[in-house]
Ligand binder design. Structure first.
Ligand SMILES: NC(=O)c1ccc[n+]([C@@H]2O[C@H](COP(=O)([O-])OP(=O)(O)OC[C@H]3O[C@@H](n4cnc5c(N)ncnc54)[C@H](O)[C@@H]3O)[C@@H](O)[C@H]2O)c1
Length: 340
């Protein structure tokens, strides 16, 4: 199939490579001509060092490449999804399957990214979400990986499963786009917090506490929005949470470590030098949670540190001193496990 991958960061490039290896006719779009030229000349992306890009892969900075494609992968940072999808309007053929792989929630509108794409493409293209524990660095090196393709219509998810699946990359289907996208956005906030406690010198107990209670608040928001609680115990939920909270490939975790060590918010962003989605998601998920009236104490704590300059030690102390409560009363994800 003819496929254009829109966004040539680490993830867009790793997915473009996977699709070439699966025999598709792939073009990788960069948002600047200089980047497209550099990729073509060097056949390597600095975000994926040591991974050669094959001669079959084409590079462009012209969004006209999406014309005539059977599928288009949207792999820009979350803050560029609307602007990029807007440019695609009128170029992309109606009916083209759009695969959203960015992780975040839109600022101000609090929309999920697949909703943003649908809005900009006026509902003329089905949108499938691809998410799960999948560091570009490992996918680029053919390390066995499993993800979820979520769509309202399972037929679209199955098409994406067929496009991406190979013996090193397993794709499961799901009909829960809402839950999958909420997991994708929120796990970065929890990973940022997990990194922060690492940077402060806390231990494994703290991280396990954060991950478990983080999953509970992710599920609380996702279920309130209409997502399925099972999604939170799947690859996009607990799977991605584990990989993001524990791996040094995770920028969100590495960013959190710097904050926990006392670096300023801006200095730490500059030191990471690539998109840190958890930084944006901490604010955008907080707005969404407030709109739907869901309590998310860990995400709120991240917001306090990142946007209100609160001290990380004071915030941890506040979280640990919250009112007593029962674990199971408020955790849809854990309740699901208990029911099984
Ligand atoms: N890296 C991963 O392992 C991974 C895995 C799964 C999902 N994701 C998600 O994929 C998305 C992209 O992540 P990444 O790791 O590829 O990012 P990256 O930091 O490696 O690259 C981001 C790319 O976006 C480009 N860019 C910057 N501004 C842009 C704009 N206005 N319009 C279009 N492009 C612009 C930059 O040139 C850069 O090439 C994120 O939402 C991320 O959460 C990443």
């Amino acid at each position: 199939m003819k496929i254009t991958v829109v966004g040539s960061g680490g993830w867009g490039t790793a997915l473009a490579l996977l699709l070439v290896e699966n025999g598709h006719d792939v073009t990788l779009w960069s948002h600047t001509p200089a980047k497209a030229v550099a990729l073509e000349e060097t056949r390597e992306n600095p975000m994926l060092k040591g991974v050669p890009l094959p001669p079959e892969m084409k590079f462009t900075a012209d969004l006209g490449a999406v014309k005539g494609c059977g599928a288009v992968v949207m792999a820009t940072p979350s803050y560029a999804v609307r602007e990029t999808a807007h440019k695609l309007r009128g170029i992309i053929d109606p009916g083209t399957v759009v695969i959203s792989v960015s992780k975040g929630i839109e600022k101000d509108s609090s929309l999920r990214l697949s909703q943003v794409i649908e809005e900009e493409l006026e509902g003329k293209c089905p949108v499938v979400v691809l998410s799960g524990p999948s560091h570009a660095e490992e996918v680029g090196r053919h390390i066995p990986t499993g993800v979820v393709a979520a769509a309202d219509n399972l037929k679209d998810a199955e098409l994406v499963q067929d496009l991406f699946m190979n013996p090193r990359f397993r794709v499961y289907t799901s009909d829960d786009r809402i839950g999958t996208e909420i997991c994708a956005a929120l796990k970065n906030v929890i990973a940022l917090c997990a990194g922060c406690t690492d940077g402060m010198g806390c231990g494994d107990n703290t991280k396990a506490l954060l991950m478990t209670r983080g999953l509970a608040e992710m599920a609380r928001l996702g279920v309130a929005l209409g997502g399925r609680k099972e999604t939170f115990t799947g690859l996009a939920g607990v799977g991605d949470l584990i990989v993001t909270c524990t791996s040094m490939h995770s920028r969100n975790r590495r960013y959190g470590i710097l904050i926990g060590q006392g670096k300023s918010v801006q200095d730490a962003l500059e030191e990471i030098g690539a998109v840190v989605e958890g930084y944006y998601a901490a604010a955008n998920a907080r707005s969404l949670a407030q709109k739907v009236g869901v309590e998310m104490p860990i995400s709120q704590a991240a917001y306090e540190v990142l946007y209100n300059g609160r001290d990380v030690h004071a915030v941890v102390s506040d979280l640990m001193s919250r009112a007593k409560r029962s674990e199971l009363d408020e955790s849809p994800a854990l309740l699901f496990l208990q029911e099984k």
